[in-house]
Design a protein around this ligand. Structure first.
Ligand code: ADP
Length: 476
C-alpha cells in the first residue's frame, strides 16, 4: 500500500535545512543583539583590569611613552595619575569621555581613601550621559583605581576609566548585518535544499519505479545505480533479488513442465496398454502387463522423490544417527543394482580394502548411494561401467561413484545439486530423470554432521560424485 500520508524526502530535507537556518539565526541574534551589552561589558572589564596593571607597571618604571601607546591602542581610555599634595601628575586620554564626570580634589581624596580601604585597588562602575544636551545617551563606564608609591615615598592614585557600553552605531551595524545574513541564509537554505533533494530523491524515485515493475512481474528490470554508496548498495540488492526471483520463477515454470511431462509419459503408456489389453484379444500378455507395472513404479518413484525432498527440506523428520558398517551397506546396494542392470550389459564394481564404521542414518545414506549409483548408470558412457570406491584417509572414509560418461561442464557443476536442475535437457538421451535425485542427496548429507560432499567432472571423460564422513571404531 502506498503511504501517501507520509512526508516526502524533498520536504523533509527542506524543513530540516530551514530549521537549521532558523536555529543559527536565533543563536546569532541572541549573541549580537540580546547579550551584546553583557558580552561587551565582560570583555571590556577584563581588558581594563589588565590595562590598569600594565599602566601601573609602566608608571613605576617611568615608561611614559608606553602609557601613551597603550591608551592610543585601547582608544577609549582616560588615565590620570594624581597625588594629594601636588594634584594631577599625568593625564592621558579624553578626560573620562564616556560619562562626563568631573572629579574634584575632594572626590579624588575620597577615592584614594576608598581604594586604600579596598586593599590598594578598586573598580567602580558608574553611569553618566554623553553627547550634546539635546542628544544625550546613557553610558556605562568603569573606573579602575590603584594606589602607587612613588620613589620619594609619596602615595599616588592611578585612575583608569573607560566606556563599557557598546557604541550605538555598532549595535545598529550589527542589527543591519543580521537582517542581511538572515536573508542570505534563507535563500541559500532553499537553494541547497532543492539541490540536495533533487540529487538524493531522484535515484530513490528511479529505484521505486523499477521496484514497482519488479513487483508487477517484470524480472528483467535493471536497477540503475545512483551516485551514492547506499543507493548503489540498494540497487545491487534489488538487482540480486530480481535475479533470484527470476531464477525461482524459471525453476517453477520448469518444474511444472517437468512434472507434467514426467507424469504424462507413464500415464499415457499405462492408459494405452490398458486399453490395448481390454480391446484387443491376445494382447493380455505378461510383457504388456509388465509395461503397466514398470510405468506405475516409475510414477511411484517420482511421487516418492517429490515427497522425500519436501519432507527433507522442511526438516520435519529428524535423522536417526547410529553406528553402521558403511562398507557392508555399500557392498549390498552395489550388488543389488549390479544384478538388476546386468541384463542390460552394465557393470557396477565396488572396491574397498576393509570394513569401515561410521555414525549415520543408514536408511538415508542408502538412499544417497542409490541415487548416486542410478545417476552413474544413467549417465555412464559406452563401456557401461560404474566404479564405486571406498578410501580411508586421516580418519575419514570417502565413498566415490565414478562413471565414464559425457561429464558435466564446469559452469554447470555448482547447479547439479539444485532442485529440478537438468544439464542440457535438449541433447540428453531420454532418461527418466526428475532433477530431484541430487538435491535429495544434498539434503540428506547436509543433515549429517561433519559430512563433506562434492563432484569432479571432466567433459568427455566422466564424473566422480563423492561424500566423506568420519570413521568410528567398529561395533561388534
Ligand atoms: P536426474 O533425475 O535428472 O538425474 P539429478 O538431481 O540426479 O536428477 O541430477 C541432476 C542433473 O545432473 C542431471 O539431470 C544430469 O544432467 C546431471 N548429472 C547427475 N549425475 C550425473 C552424472 N553421473 N554424469 C553426468 N551428469 C550427471
Amino acid at each position: 500500500m502506498p503511504r501517501r500520508d507520509r512526508i516526502s524526502i524533498q520536504w523533509k530535507v527542506f524543513l530540516y535545512l530551514i530549521g537549521f537556518c532558523i536555529l543559527l539565526l536565533v543563536v546569532l541574534w541572541l549573541l549580537q543583539i540580546v547579550f551584546l551589552n553583557d558580552f561587551y561589558k565582560t570583555i571590556k572589564t577584563k581588558e581594563m583590569q589588565q590595562t590598569t596593571q600594565s599602566i601601573a607597571k609602566h608608571i613605576q618604571q617611568g615608561n611614559w611613552e608606553q602609557i601613551t601607546k597603550e591608551v592610543s591602542v585601547q582608544g577609549d581610555l582616560t588615565v590620570e595619575l594624581w597625588e594629594p599634595n601636588f594634584g594631577t601628575l599625568m593625564l592621558v586620554g579624553k578626560l573620562y569621555n564616556g560619562a562626563q564626570i568631573t572629579l574634584n580634589h575632594w572626590d579624588k581624596q575620597t577615592l584614594m581613601a576608598l581604594t586604600k580601604q579596598n586593599g590598594g585597588s578598586m573598580a567602580r562602575r558608574y553611569t553618566g550621559t554623553r553627547g550634546l544636551i539635546w542628544d544625550q545617551t546613557v553610558q556605562e563606564s568603569i573606573l579602575y583605581t590603584s594606589i602607587l608609591t612613588a620613589a620619594n615615598g609619596e602615595e599616588q592614585l592611578l585612575m583608569v576609566g573607560a566606556n563599557i557600553s557598546p557604541m550605538d552605531a555598532t549595535v545598529q551595524t550589527l542589527r543591519y548585518q543580521l537582517y542581511v545574513i538572515s536573508g542570505i541564509m534563507l535563500v541559500l537554505a532553499v537553494g541547497l535544499a532543492l539541490i540536495i533533494t533533487k540529487r538524493v530523491s531522484r535515484p530513490i524515485e528511479a529505484l521505486n519505479r523499477s521496484a514497482a515493475q519488479l513487483a508487477a512481474g517484470n524480472y528483467d528490470v535493471a536497477f540503475r545505480e545512483g551516485g551514492y554508496r547506499e543507493i548503489a548498495q540498494l540497487s545491487d540488492t534489488l538487482d540480486h533479488a530480481a535475479r533470484e526471483l527470476s531464477k525461482t520463477e524459471h525453476l517453477r515454470r520448469e518444474l511444472i513442465a517437468n512434472v507434467s511431462h514426467d507424469l504424462r509419459t507413464p500415464l499415457t503408456l499405462i492408459t494405452g496398454y490398458g486399453e490395448m489389453i481390454r480391446d484387443l484379444p491376445g494382447e493380455n500378455t505378461p510383457e504388456n502387463m509388465q509395461v503397466i507395472i514398470d510405468e506405475s513404479k516409475r510414477l511411484t518413484t517420482l511421487v516418492n522423490n517429490m515427497l522425500d525432498l519436501s519432507v527433507l527440506q522442511s526438516g520435519a523428520k529428524e535423522i536417526n544417527l547410529q553406528p553402521c558398517n558403511i562398507t557392508q551397506q555399500t557392498q549390498e546396494i552395489v550388488h543389488r543394482i549390479a544384478q538388476f542392470c546386468q541384463k542390460d550389459g552394465y557393470q557396477v564394481v565396488f572396491a574397498a580394502h576393509r570394513p569401515v564404521w561410521v555414525q549415520a542414518d543408514i536408511h538415508r545414506i542408502s538412499q544417497v548411494l542409490y541415487n548416486l549409483l542410478t545417476n552413474g548408470i544413467t549417465y555412464t558412457g559406452k563401456d557401461k561401467r560404474v566404479l564405486v570406491s571406498q578410501t580411508v584417509q586421516d580418519g575419514r572414509v570417502t565413498i566415490a561413484v565414478e562413471d565414464s560418461g559425457e561429464g558435466i561442464a564446469q559452469q554447470d557443476l555448482p547447479y547439479v545439486w539444485e532442485r529440478y536442475y537438468k544439464v542440457d535437457t535438449v541433447h540428453k538421451r531420454p532418461v527418466a530423470g526428475t532433477g530431484l535425485g541430487l538435491s535429495i542427496v544434498k539434503s540428506i548429507l547436509q543433515q549429517h554432521p561433519h559430512v563433506d560432499y562434492g563432484v569432479r567432472s571432466t567433459l568427455g571423460v566422466g564424473s566422480v560424485f563423492w561424500f566423506s564422513m568420519p570413521e568410528i571404531p567398529p561395533e561388534l
